[in-house]
Design a protein around this ligand. Structure first.
Ligand code: ADP
Ligand code: G6P
Length: 480
């Protein structure tokens, strides 16, 4: 039976080593959490990195880990310390990530890191080819593997290859500054179908293909050598039922409550509200901006002192990359300063957690909060916003969402804000805190209906169906 091979830099499970034994935890991030359900349902395999350098492993431990990974229908691509430093922390997260999120000043282009990026994409290609059988479909994910589609196409021209980008594709004016812009586009064009979260990202990509590669683009099809490549937008959904059902099971009415939930409930009442934010600790997420805007809110609406609390969960991410270290320091300082400025003996305005949390605790946070504040400066999609909505089983709660998140395109009933405007932030927060229950429920109802209908399974089905259709394009071309 033909299978679908999912390929991404990170596997859905992450291994860590402690004293010659290992621990496996689920990976954090939209790609892993979203694709996990798709992978669990299908008959395919997932190829990616396990999260540890191969240099650290004895052959026995390495075999033990591989076997655990194989049990989860995954295959690991071994990366060395050098690969991790130059390809992952370096080229992927110091060159591509900031540029694609419009943080041009953070982008750093190093020739040796580009060489490492090519080398590691080739490593991935080898593992894919080793696991590929005739008739299999390959689905490549995200910015760490932009060269992989063409590398596979070169060796196995008849393989059907899809590519999905989980982050924004920047406008031509930004992308054209990239030193290896043609190589990157050529790598992507090895795919038969290229998918983006939004129409805007798709449009930006097509514009770069036209202007940099000088290729003919008709509507959403690119003519390239003897091939037609399809480009389309597929806004990624979430596993709606998983979040909704978990909220029913562990939410407000459940009998067995976690310690976290008990603690949270002590602080909720008719006139005491919890405001939630959850992000990976990433400068694209607008964390310092959000804290400063919260300060502006408390300064301008002092009647909310002692009546609101911001519960801020920031999950450690890419902590070897200098900009992430700087962000952590800045966040620590800001939280300290604002708590110091406003705290009373019985109230601290910000509860700040810098750690990962088990799934049930995430559900506790989602279901206990009156308002979710999701205010990235730039975000490909943002699944946290969708997860919050899915867990509001009683239809109450208000989502404040940045216009710069891809998800804002499908979530018009949220309060959409410009994350750079403190005034916009403060007015929207006040509006959320005073919104009548009926209005909250009406907005939630529309949001939930849409998210339930277009969940992650539907998203994957539509992508794979569209990829299957490209086979017909290929056949038409051959018979012409
Ligand atoms: P990004 O992909 O940039 O990290 P998203 O909002 O799209 O942003 O996805 C983040 C994902 O990580 C969500 O699915 C969320 O449930 C998950 N997540 C966030 N915080 C935690 C945490 N503390 N523990 C486990 N998973 C988390
Ligand atoms: C975003 C990216 C993913 C990445 C995730 C976590 O969602 O689109 O490709 O896996 O962040 O980041 P990390 O660097 O830990 O894999």
């Amino acid at each position: 039976m033909n299978k679908t091979i999912i390929v991404s830099n990170r596997l859905p499970l992450q291994v860590s080593i402690q004293d010659n034994s290992f621990k496996v935890v689920p990976s954090v991030g939209g790609l892993a959490t979203g694709m996990k359900s798709v992978h669990a349902e299908g008959n395919g395999i997932w190829i990616g990195w396990s999260g540890i350098p191969e240099n650290d492993l004895s052959p026995e431990l390495s075999e033990e880990i591989d076997s655990k990974i194989r049990d989860a229908k995954c295959v690991s691509v071994p990366l060395t310390n050098e690969d991790i430093e130059e390809y992952y922390e370096g080229f992927s997260n110091r060159a591509l990530w900031p540029l694609f999120h419009y943080f041009m000043e953070y982008s750093n282009f190093e020739q040796n890191e580009w060489e490492a990026y090519k080398r590691v994409n080739e490593k991935f290609a080898e593992v894919v080819i080793d696991n590929l059988e005739d008739g299999d479909t390959v689905w490549v994910h995200d910015y760490q593997l932009l060269l992989l589609p063409q590398l596979i196409k070169d060796k196995k021209p008849n393989t059907t290859i899809g590519f999905f980008l989980h982050i924004p594709f920047p406008s031509y004016e930004i992308f054209r500054t990239f030193p290896w812009r043609e190589e990157i586009l050529t790598g992507m064009l090895g795919a038969d179908l290229l998918g983006f979260h939004t129409y805007d990202y798709e449009r930006h990509f097509l514009s770069s293909v036209k202007r940099i590669m000088r290729l003919e683009v008709q509507f959403n099809e690119i003519s390239y050598h003897d091939r037609i490549i399809k480009v389309d937008s597929f806004p990624m959904g979430i596993d709606y039922d998983k979040f909704h059902n978990a909220a029913l099971e562990h939410g407000n009415d459940s009998e067995e409550k976690s310690d976290l939930r008990k603690r949270l409930e002590e602080h909720i009442s008719e006139d005491k509200k919890l405001i939630l934010s959850i992000d990976r600790m990433d400068y694209t997420k607008g964390i310092p901006n959000r804290i400063k805007a919260f300060e502006y809110f408390l300064d301008n609406y002092p009647e909310y002192k002692e009546r609101v609390r911001l519960v801020m969960l920031a999950v450690p991410s890419r902590s070897n990359v200098p900009q992430y270290q700087k962000l952590k320091r800045e966040t620590d300082e800001l939280v300290g300063r604002i708590n110091g400025k406003f705290a009373t003996v019985s109230w601290t305005p910000i509860w700040y957690f810098y750690r990962s949390m088990p799934f049930n605790n995430l559900i506790d946070l989602y279901t206990s909060s009156d308002v979710a504040l999701i205010t990235p400066i730039r975000d490909g999609m943002n699944l946290v916003a969708k997860e919050y909505v899915a867990t509001r089983t009683k239809g109450n709660g208000v989502l404040i969402l940045s216009e710069m998140a891809g998800s804002s395109k499908e979530m018009n009933e949220a309060l959409l804000i410009n994350p750079n405007s403190h005034e916009d932030f403060a007015v929207s927060l006040k509006r959320a805190l005073t919104m009548p229950l009926e209005e909250q429920q009406t907005r939630m109802k529309f949001l939930q209906k849409r998210l339930k209908r277009y969940d992650v399974e539907k998203w994957a089905d539509e992508f794979l169906k569209s990829l299957e259709d490209t086979k017909n394009l290929k056949n038409q071309n051959v018979t012409k």
